[in-house]
Design a protein around this ligand. Structure first.
Ligand SMILES: *[C@@H]1O[C@H](CO)[C@@H](O)[C@H](O)[C@H]1NC(C)=O
Ligand SMILES: *[C@@H]1O[C@H](CO)[C@@H](O)[C@H](O)[C@H]1NC(C)=O
Ligand SMILES: *[C@@H]1O[C@H](CO)[C@@H](O)[C@H](O)[C@H]1NC(C)=O
Ligand SMILES: *[C@@H]1O[C@H](CO)[C@@H](O)[C@H](O)[C@H]1NC(C)=O
Length: 537
């Protein structure tokens, strides 16, 4: 059967109308008002502590820093100069040379990494333990037996280490061994234990159990209902942290666990159903770009800038993600790297990576936003505005927390609010008017370093942030959708009315000029109830 020409014309008209409608919708996408899906495809224990509950010897995960004191000598084991020589047992007070980072081989087998990066090895002259191995193998692997804070450390051959009267550490203790004060017994101090990311979880549980734990977590932590919730509350975007190993699904290198790609696909599906856009954020880059658990660092080292391999591998991940999602209507942007460390990553290395990432994304799409994150630490956000990363649709992401810095430790509620209104607002206005990339507050939270603040104080803090961050030309996204710490939890904040979205969602930049001063006036009038007793302004 042939279609009549009038019918096909009508069909064509309908299609055109539909496209125009679509175009209007896309253009009508004013600004990002979004929420991060933190702790989902990249794990952070503090967001969901129970994930780590079942790990045996769970306080000895990769990157845990330990110090060892001989109970007979009452001296600490030391790798002088941070490594490169024979180990001694001669220090009264432990510092960096006496602190070792654990690489976990199994529940009770560990390697010890010195401050300078080398490993304690039994492959040396005599039976002396030295701090000279560049990479760990069997002769750098030790079995640790624990009894409360006391440990015995033995080689895989079964021979125990002991502290000699000459202050050396030797692998030659063969006698019967008890937990009394003997030369082979050490007090182990856990000095730092603050890395709990994907590496620690997967290597801590081992592959099989980790698969089970992560499958359940990924299936339940973020679901279609969350997208529905976000959509109902006026959120139009999700920023989704992913780890580099997503590009190697279904066979990512150990210890990483496959499956995140499937869930990212699901997120795109839900996004289309609930009319939400997605920003994919390379949150964990190979080698680690900031040494933190959310970069999936093994032991806190920042290796990403040290090797061109890690940088090319990161670009491959960007290529993989671009190829897969560039034509998906739910894709809004790709963020090339989350929170690179200012102290470890030179700006020229970063800018060169960002430029290459831009070119790669542009091979697949002329419109997808290319988002580049400001370095964390001591860096001027203007550095990326002047960097000529690309010509079209480049966005600079800044993260704003009134936390993690001594400056905020003693601010009362009014001072916190004033800081947002004065300092953050001024910075946003300056950056926005720099005639460069668009501006995005990609992470912020309705939490501060104020103890026992009232609901009203939180509401004002949240409202002020919403209004000020709305200045950013590209918009903002809250960190994070769900969190064991309820003040970080977007859903909790909204449901319990600690974060009042409604009015601010209708906000425009203009409105700020009327509302901002009003809020300040109310704040000043309410000084009595806002004042937390710490400081006056
Ligand atoms: C380490 O100890 C061995 C055995 O006592 C000795 O031969 C070697 O010279 C020592 N190395 C250093 C750097 O002190
Ligand atoms: C731990 O050490 C104490 C003595 O300090 C000993 O009585 C106990 O049996 C030891 N526990 C184990 C599991 O070896
Ligand atoms: C809050 O301030 C205290 C000092 O009063 C500081 O030790 C702590 O690290 C701060 N917390 C955060 C999350 O910034
Ligand atoms: C905060 O509230 C808790 C529970 O009501 C209370 O125990 C604590 O002393 C309060 N802290 C401060 C600094 O007021």
């Amino acid at each position: 059967m042939e279609m009549s020409s009038s019918c096909s014309q009508r069909l064509l008209a309908l299609v055109v109308l539909f496209l125009v409608f679509l175009q209007c919708f896309v253009n009508g996408f004013d600004k990002v008002r979004g929420v991060n899906l933190g702790g989902w495809l990249v794990v952070e224990r503090w967001i969901k502590p129970s994930l780590f509950d079942g790990i045996p010897n769970g306080d000895l995960l990769d990157g845990t820093q330990v110090q060892l004191m001989s109970v007979t000598l009452q001296k600490y084991v030391s790798a002088a100069n941070g490594g490169g020589t024979n180990v001694t047992v001669d220090r009264d007070i432990p510092s960096w040379w006496e602190t070792f980072k654990i690489w976990r081989v199994s529940e009770n087998k560990f390697q010890f990494r010195c401050f300078g990066g080398q490993f304690l090895t039994s492959q040396s002259e005599g039976n002396i333990i030295s701090a000279t191995a560049e990479t760990p193998t069997v002769s750098e692997t030790y079995i640790v037996e624990r009894n409360n804070t006391r440990v015995h450390i033995k080689l895989l051959s079964g021979i125990y280490l002991q502290a000699t009267e000459e202050n050396q550490l030797t692998a030659d203790y063969v006698d019967e061994l008890g937990w009394d004060d003997n030369a082979a017994t050490f007090e182990m101090v856990i000095y730092a234990n603050n890395l709990h990311g994907d590496y620690q979880l997967a290597n801590g549980y081992g592959q099989d159990k980790a698969k089970e734990v992560l499958k359940k977590h990924r299936n339940t932590f973020v679901t279609a209902e969350d997208f529905s919730f976000l959509s109902q509350h006026g959120m139009n975007t999700v920023r989704i942290p992913v780890g580099w190993w997503i590009a190697e699904d279904p066979n990512p290198p150990a210890p990483f666990i496959a499956g995140t790609l499937d869930f990212l696909d699901r997120a795109f599906l839900w996004a289309r159903i609930y009319n939400v856009r997605c920003i994919i954020d390379l949150h964990a880059a190979p080698g680690s770009q900031n040494g933190m658990e959310h970069s999936a660092s093994r032991d806190g080292s920042v290796n990403w800038p040290l090797s061109q391999d890690y940088i090319s591998q990161s670009l491959n991940v960007i290529e993989f993600l671009s190829a897969r999602y560039a034509n998906n209507p739910a894709l809004l942007g790709i963020e090339l790297l989350n929170e690179p460390s200012a102290s470890s990553i030179p700006i020229d290395v970063l800018v060169s990576y960002y430029r290459s990432g831009y070119q790669i994304i542009r091979k697949y799409s002329s419109t997808v936003y290319v988002i580049v994150c400001q370095r964390i630490g001591n860096a001027d956000p203007m550095e990326l505005f002047q960097a000529s990363i690309g010509d079209e649709n480049v966005v600079v992401d800044v993260h704003y927390y009134n936390l993690f810095d001594a400056f905020f430790a003693n601010l009362n509620p009014i001072q916190n609010i004033q800081f947002i209104y004065d300092s953050r607002r001024t910075q946003l206005q300056t950056l926005d008017s720099a005639n460069g990339p668009l501006l995005f507050v990609g992470e912020w939270v309705n939490e501060w370093n104020v103890t026992n603040a009232s609901q009203m104080q939180y509401q004002m803090f949240g409202r002020t942030q919403l209004e000020v961050y709305d200045i950013a030309s590209f918009g903002w996204s809250y960190w994070t959708i769900k969190n064991e710490e309820k003040h970080w939890d977007f859903k909790w904040n909204v449901e319990n009315k600690y974060l009042l979205l409604s009015n601010s969602m209708k906000n425009s930049v203009d409105k700020l000029h009327t509302i901002g001063p009003t809020i300040l006036a109310i704040m000043l009038a309410c000084r009595g109830s806002l004042y937390d007793g710490k400081t006056t302004i």
